[in-house]
Ligand binder design. Sequence first.
Ligand SMILES: *Cc1c(COP(=O)(O)O)cnc(C)c1O
Length: 429
Amino acid sequence: MFVSHLEAAIDGTVIPFGQVVNTHNGRPVWVRYHLDRIRNAVTPAEIATRPPTLWRYRELLPLPADASPVSLGEGMSPLLECPRLGRELGLNRLLVKDESQLPTGSFKSRGMTAAVSLAKWLGVKRVALPTAGNAGGAAAAYAARAGLECFVFMPADTPIVNQFEAHLYGAKAFRVNGLINDCGKIVRDGTDRMGWFDLSTLKEPYRLEGKKTMGLELAEQLGWALPDVILYPTGGGTGLIGMWKAFQELAELGWLSGNAERGTRNAERKTAQSSVPRSALRAPRSPRLISCQAEGCAPIVTAFEKGERFAELFPNARTVASGLRVPAAVGDFMMLDAIRASGGKAVAGREATIGPWMRRASSAEGISICPETAVCFDVLEKLIAAGEVSPDKTVVVFNTGAAPKYLEALPVDLPTLDKDRVDWDAIMK
Ligand SMILES: *Cc1c(COP(=O)(O)O)cnc(C)c1O
């Protein structure tokens, strides 16, 4: 067991591990580890020999060693070089970390495998959550896998596929005539009466730990190095905050070797700056975290631009990127702290570019790009044009979900053919 304790993110209050905990004063709770013990217990070389699921980072996850995870074989997702799309954007090295291939078609499975495993270990029998989209399907699937009862509450305009999957995996699922925060209130109000465990984003400590593995995998796949820039679509913020936590833990473990530049460029830099001590050259810089939101729901962008640590409720939240439709996030200050500490920023992408970018990026590389990630590409293009991301940087874009879950976002009207009189000229057009 490598967990040392839980810690309130807002004021550092220490909370013992091993009992059911949700939030502290309504704000999220970190899991803290004995990193010195982990350093002695396992090495990156040993991790490399383990099966390719996120549970390969077992020592850095909160489930005690004698408990079995509730797993559907999630992770490691591929880190794909995207030379064609990179060239179009003017970048030497663009990579997409493709989470669309995970169970239930989004990175929500990472959080749920951890949260449901811990809930089961703690003796919970019933879980509930609000969802704007993919979280409900993932929770339903992992609850089914664990044999737990699951209750899902979603806004009435949630994509049909997400309604379908929550139902398919046996959850008791409901549409609510409100936004995700209204759904969250139902879950909160029902906690005592219904006796369920609240699985809401950042209202229990373990989904964050599961999502942290995106950062661990990214580092491992780059040879225990980190890229220069990461673009991440941000809703509730667990992905962004989790990745930031992963980078801190890896740095403290001493497992990071430097930034993921190409060998040749690295060597050039070393000769060009030979007066700089080697240790300084090797010290890993944090990647700049670019938090991407849709212009129709951008509370973190607004707070970032105003220089504030907490975000205000974003009025009339609207976007087809349903994972980004989170008008108020309990982890707002954790996101804003991480973005600023990394030297990054929060930027909004344009709604009108979502459909076009889904098709452009998917057709350039054959990767199933979700609307949330389409927003990242609009932001990336803007940052390149403004000179804020230069062509020599290694840029990673996270593709957090699979495009077919969002049939509403990219309407398709294919030309039809008459089978008896095929028009060959029309086919070539
Ligand atoms: C939930 C979700 C997001 C937002 O993730 P957070 O980690 O909660 O910020 C982004 N993309 C997709 C596809 C999602 O399902």
